[in-house]
Design a protein around this ligand. Structure first.
Ligand SMILES: [Zn+2]
Ligand SMILES: [Zn+2]
Length: 120
């Protein structure tokens, strides 16, 4: 039981540097991840949520990244290929969100407007 939704807790989105003040997650992000959780019926692991500017630079995040804003999540679904997860999000949310395809995980963010990229 999460403190943000059935399956998600705020602590899962904490910056990995362990030193900064947590920003987010943006409340709009949670229903999307919960939707993915419910659609596939499998646990979702958030690998990166909030990233402060310093940590974002240390991992090579692009400057306009949504992670410092607390609006983004990089995640995987247990036993489901990232490609399948990405296909689902792209078909369910054709006109909104930032959706990034990576080989090992999926990026989603709740930016204004729409963003798409493929880094596989
Ligand atoms: Zn940090
Ligand atoms: Zn990301």
């Amino acid at each position: 039981m999460g403190d943000l939704s059935k399956n998600f807790s705020r602590s899962e989105f904490k910056c990995k540097c362990g030193e900064c003040e947590q920003v987010g997650p943006d409340p709009k992000l949670i229903p999307i991840l919960q939707d993915v959780r419910d659609h596939f019926g499998k646990p979702v692991t958030v690998h990166s949520g909030h990233r402060c500017r310093a940590y974002n630079e240390s991992v090579g995040g692009v400057e306009f990244s949504q992670h410092p804003l607390g609006t983004a999540g990089d995640f995987t679904v247990a036993g489901v290929s990232p490609r399948k997860v990405q296909d689902y999000l792209l078909s369910k949310y054709p006109d909104t969100l930032g959706i990034g395809r990576y080989r090992g995980f999926t990026h989603v963010d709740v930016r204004e407007g729409k963003g798409r990229w493929d880094k596989r």
